[in-house]
Design a protein around this ligand. Structure first.
Ligand code: FAD
Ligand code: SF4
Ligand code: SF4
Length: 477
């Protein structure tokens, strides 16, 4: 009986696939965890207690049927596990790799709460779906019937691609526009290969292309093609453009050469990984090799920058963050990985200014944590007279992202935005203030996660299908 293979959490300890040693990791951009062996995946999946009310599932943004695919994996029924897993997640092998599981599914596993160590849900999800690709179980997209209506999607990130996948499966004609030369959004050009190897993303893009999704790349909407032109061409439009306006530094010297934006730096590095010739990398501007690097910020983007700089051969890499370790927004798992790889964290410190026309140093002011603000978070306060200079040849600004002003950028009247600048849209249907125009992912919710963008994209696709169906009925009346 199936249950015999489960509930092993008391006798089997939590285990992860082997992590490559830090010395080896520093030398390349490959992912840091090796694959689970088959028996190990089954053993770890078997630790699940098959909760009647699975908190893991309710805290997964996609409400993945986690207990079922864990049980099927423990029983060796991997193909069925794959079917269950892909039913709710468009890119499960990607989420298995890069979801912050400690804050989502795994952080809410009851076994974790009872002190036995969470079921390694993300790793099993990755294992099931990598196996599915290896075994050829991932089928091409072949809609049952073709529909004449078309949908234009602006932005080929996870939100746009999840919607494209779902709409195409329903038979709609789908065109995805993106300003980059490759699809994938931040999965391609933001997130480094050591978290998400690029062939994993490219396989999905190829699957969509093969399934009939048309990609119009190198097309910056608002410049190369107007929003109105896209709207005029399609029965519905989805805006999935993400958020790209990097928060900036102020203070003396903040415009010096050698102070660069995180996303420019990471994009260049990812392009080099694809084998592209990147001028700003070759010139040294966006290359950390042989440099003393200071990264400013404490989020996941900062973690990606410090770990990229290590791999590029920086002589030293320091991360300046104005709060302490316990109060940083970035994942603790990533901080630990960065420390293992040789990154030094300088907590409770912020830049006051920079020296040199080409940056030579960061004037650092020390901070302490004061009284909590309205959100309960302690506010950093300056410690007067504690300034010092941190030598640096390359400073990377990783202070978070805000939305660009789309209505202005695109000259669109009537597209409402929130006070944060995100596109205003219904949180269930994703309908914006413009008829037939929808929004999803970061441009709707602000800088967030891949898994949320996937959920939004899937929901928006369903709402668009309903809208087009209703419009067709009205037209037929
Ligand atoms: P995006 O992925 O940003 O895609 C938007 C697309 O729209 C881009 O391809 C862009 O080129 C295109 N576009 C924008 N404007 C135009 C225009 N005018 N015309 C044509 N195309 C346009 N999330 C995780 O879950 N795990 C992680 O480990 C993680 N790490 C991250 C690391 C970094 C460095 C960054 C920056 C983010 C990270 N995130 C991570 C967040 C995650 O990548 C985003 O939340 C997610 O990609 C948002 O998806 P999206 O589809 O809304 O937008
Ligand atoms: Fe966990 Fe993310 Fe997978 Fe959901 S999609 S089960 S949150 S790893
Ligand atoms: Fe299994 Fe943990 Fe989910 Fe319960 S919460 S079903 S033990 S993975």
């Amino acid at each position: 009986m199936a249950v015999q293979k489960m509930l092993k959490f008391v006798t089997v300890p939590r285990d992860m696939p082997e992590k490559r040693g830090a010395d080896e990791r520093r030398e390349d951009f490959a992912e840091i965890y090796r694959e689970f062996a088959d028996a190990k995946a089954a053993e770890q999946a078997g630790r699940c207690s098959q909760c009647g009310v699975p908190y893991c599932q309710s805290h997964c943004p996609l409400h993945n049927n986690i207990p079922d695919w864990l049980r099927l994996t423990a029983e060796g029924r991997l193909r069925e596990a794959y079917e269950v897993s892909q039913a709710t997640n468009t890119f499960p092998e990607i989420c298995g790799r890069i979801c912050p599981q400690d804050r989502l599914c795994e952080g809410n596993c009851v076994i974790e709460q009872s002190g036995h160590g969470t079921v390694t849900i993300g790793t099993v999800e990755k294992y099931i779906n990598d196996t599915a690709w290896d075994e050829g179980w991932v089928q091409p997209i072949r809609p049952g019937t073709e529909r004449p209506e078309s949908v234009g999607i602006i932005g080929a990130g996870p939100g746009g691609l999840a919607a494209a996948d779902r709409l195409r499966r329903m038979g709609f004609q789908v065109t995805v526009y993106d300003r980059h030369d490759r699809a994938g959004g931040l999965m391609t050009y933001g997130i480094p290969g050591f978290k998400l190897e690029k062939d994993v993303v490219m396989k999905r893009v190829a699957q969509l292309e093969d399934g009939g999704v048309e990609f119009v790349l190198n097309c910056n909407v608002g410049e190369d093609l107007s929003f109105d032109a896209i709207r005029g061409k399609h029965d519905a439009v989805l805006i999935a453009t993400g958020v790209y306006k990097g928060r900036d530094l102020t203070g003396p010297g903040s415009g010096a050469e050698g102070i660069v934006r995180a996303l420019d730096y990471l994009t260049a590095s990812n392009r080099v990984g694809f084998g592209d010739e990147v001028e700003d990398y070759l010139s040294g501007e966006l290359n950390a090799q042989g440099k003393r690097v200071v990264v400013i910020g404490g989020g996941d983007t900062a973690m990606d920058c410090v770990r990229t700089a290590i791999r590029q051969g920086a002589t030293s890499v320091k991360c300046l963050y104005r709060r302490d370790r316990a109060n940083m927004p970035g994942s603790q798992r990533e901080v630990a990985n960065a420390e293992e790889e040789g990154v030094e964290f300088v907590w409770l410190s912020a830049p006051r200014g920079f020296s040199g026309d080409t940056v030579e140093g960061v004037m650092v002011q020390r901070m302490r944590l004061g009284a909590p603000d309205a959100t309960g978070r302690q506010t950093p306060e300056l410690i007067e007279g504690s300034d010092y200079v941190e030598d640096a040849d390359l400073v990377i600004k990783a202070l978070g992202f805000e939305p660009e002003d789309l209505p202005k950028l695109w000259g669109v009247e009537g597209l409402e935005v929130t006070r944060w600048g995100t596109v205003k849209a219904d949180f269930r249907s994703h309908a914006t203030s413009l008829e037939g125009v929808y929004a999803c992912g970061d441009i709707q919710r602000g800088a967030s996660l891949v898994v949320w963008a996937i959920r939004d994209g899937r929901e928006a696709a369903d709402a668009i299908a309903e809208y087009i169906g209703a419009s067709a009925e009205i037209a037929a009346e």
